[in-house]
Design a protein around this ligand. Structure first.
Ligand code: XMP
Length: 535
């Protein structure tokens, strides 16, 4: 395995992502782990190399983090990236200076091809015959003096030491960011480090992972019983399928239907898990409860709080019953959650307390403690695309596993203002038409459907009426907005340039098939400044 020490860069996760893409297992840990922790971590021999991440901090200040010195004393290869390079330089006797001005953006780096890391890797060659790399830079400080034993590996005009290497000790460092896709050869460089220089075997594959994960769940759970909150979303569905594969009927899923799900969603979840996988699922129809409590409430945050709070209450009541057991039945002792690796990193479980928190997550909460249950999180080490791959390998249908994300509060935040059953019913039908047509339309250039070409697409219900004409009559009905965005991280997003033919088909069908809606609009706002959801 590979250890990534996180100094707080926003893109540390991407380093892990790239390493996993090379089929090598890796873990991200905070940079301030102790010397003893590092030595212990390396003890069993499975650790093959260490990567030091970037950071927004400066090593020229005394209070900023350094790598545990043990990192350089284990005899293992080390790769420093950006801040990681600077701290490596400073800790090993080189010099780092404050650069006064930040360098941010694309740069062409002259790669000195004599090192094992960059040999024969180049994007283009200059007339003088120098191999060049197109890279992404983001730094203020720079290394101005190589530590003893190091030689120059890469340079730019503004950053004469943009890469350095001590090949005898297998220490490498680059000032640029190989983990971002802007650095064209970044993936090749990281692969070369983990596979070539560290000598790992690319054996991190999903098939083996299932067997391993099943064994681990069996060991952890023994003959006890497990409860899982099934939402129909990707993470909880894959967690349920995996745990069911491991312990069968010792798992009971609780599916809370808050009445704000998409068309037929509840039935589809039941068909899949009960009909096909033969799992035990308790479906709690709480739609009257939710709609009752939402009556008269129109402020978005108030709506979110009501839905979130009720959800926890309903789930807790069911879980408490299962925990108590009945008759000769001993009761559940574990609560399973579909927590995935980005949740763990973002919520500080693997502590990235140094990175600025962008979004707080709802599924790593205090629920298990409140319920007095032990926690089971079989997807904790996996990234989203690995979770999807696992889902398919477990036999879940690709349409379910590759579904667009759906917010916890469901249609509650897609009906603007007060939520009413009448609105939810209209919205469900309009939204189903939009999604169906996104799946029907294929883009010729890519051969992909527009559902796959968009990251998230849905319909929003606007509780205003507009005038229309149908046949000989005047109509006075509701308006919906279609929303479709493209994004890689959901932090920023562009509205999708859907083909007019698709928009025309969707609008025609919604107005003709959903009596009560007589106008369809398309949302052409990007995030920021708009958000993806309307509330
Ligand atoms: P916004 O609207 O903030 O949405 O641009 C970004 C992404 O987050 C999803 N979202 C939520 N997901 N619970 C969730 O599980 C929520 O309360 C929630 N609110 C927004 C949204 O659908 C989009 O993918």
């Amino acid at each position: 395995k590979i250890l990534i020490l996180d100094f707080g860069s926003q893109v540390t996760q991407l380093i892990a992502r790239r390493v996993r893409e090379a089929n090598v297992y890796c873990e991200v840990h905070p940079c301030d782990v102790t010397e003893a922790w590092v030595r212990d971590y390396a003890k069993d021999g499975s650790l093959k190399g260490i990567i030091l991440s970037g950071s927004h901090a400066s090593v020229t200040e005394d209070t900023t983090d350094r790598a545990p010195q043990a990192v350089f004393e284990l005899g293992l290869p080390v790769l420093g990236i950006c801040y990681g390079m600077q701290t490596m330089a400073q800790q090993l006797g080189g010099k780092v200076e404050n650069g006064h001005k930040r360098e941010f953006g694309f740069a062409a780096v002259r790669a000195r091809g004599h090192t094992a890391l960059l040999k024969d890797i180049a994007d283009f060659t200059t007339p003088e015959g120098h191999g060049m790399l197109n890279v992404w830079m983001s730094h203020g400080d720079k290394v101005t003096e190589l530590p003893p034993g190091f030689k120059l590996m890469a340079s730019t005009d503004s950053c004469p030491i943009a890469g350095m290497a001590d090949e005898a000790r297998r220490f490498y460092a680059v000032q640029f960011h190989p983990e971002v896709t802007h650095t064209v050869q970044g993936k090749a460089l990281l692969e070369r480090f983990v596979l070539g220089i560290c000598g790992t075997t690319p054996d991190w594959v999903m098939r083996d992972h299932i067997a391993e994960a099943v064994e681990q769940i069996r060991q952890q759970v023994g003959d006890e019983e497990v409860i899982l909150g099934l939402s129909g979303g990707v993470d909880s569905s894959v967690a349920a399928a995996l745990i069911h594969r491991a312990i069968g009927d010792q798992l009971t899923c609780v599916f809370v239907d808050h009445g704000l799900l998409r068309l037929n969603e509840g039935d589809m979840v039941m068909d899949m898990f009960v009909g096909k996988l033969h799992a035990k699922v308790i479906r709690v129809d709480a739609s009257d409860l939710f709609l009752g409590k939402l009556a008269g409430v129109s402020e978005p945050e108030a709506k979110r709080k009501i839905i979130g709070g009720l959800f926890v209450d309903v789930f807790k009541a069911e879980a408490a019953k299962l925990k108590a057991g009945d008759g000769g039945h001993k009761g559940a002792t574990f609560l399973a959650q579909g927590t995935i690796y980005p949740d763990v990193i973002e919520s500080g479980g693997a502590k990235s307390k140094k990175a600025v928190t962008i979004k707080s997550h709802h599924n790593v909460g205090g629920l298990p403690e409140q319920l007095g249950l032990k926690l089971l999180e079989p997807l904790r080490d996996l990234f989203k695309d690995e979770v999807r791959e696992l889902g398919v390998a477990l036999g879940l249908p690709p349409e379910m596993v590759y579904r667009h994300p759906f917010p916890g509060p469901g249609l509650g935040v897609r009906i603007l203002g007060e939520v009413k059953k009448e609105y939810a019913d209209l919205l469900r039908r309009a939204d189903a038409i939009f999604i169906e047509e996104l799946r029907n339309f294929t883009d010729e250039a890519t051969g992909k459907t527009w559902y796959d070409l968009t990251s998230q697409a849905f319909t929003v219900f606007l509780p205003v009426k507009s005038v229309g004409v149908m046949g000989d009559g005047r109509t006075y009905d509701y308006v919906v907005a279609l929303r479709a965005v493209q994004t890689s991280d959901f932090m920023t997003a562009d509205w999708a340039e859907l083909p007019y033919a698709l928009l025309k088909k969707v609008s025609g069908r919604i107005i003709n098939e959903v009596r009560g809606i007589n106008r369809v609009t398309y949302d052409v706002s990007s995030k920021p400044p708009a958000t993806i959801e309307w509330e």
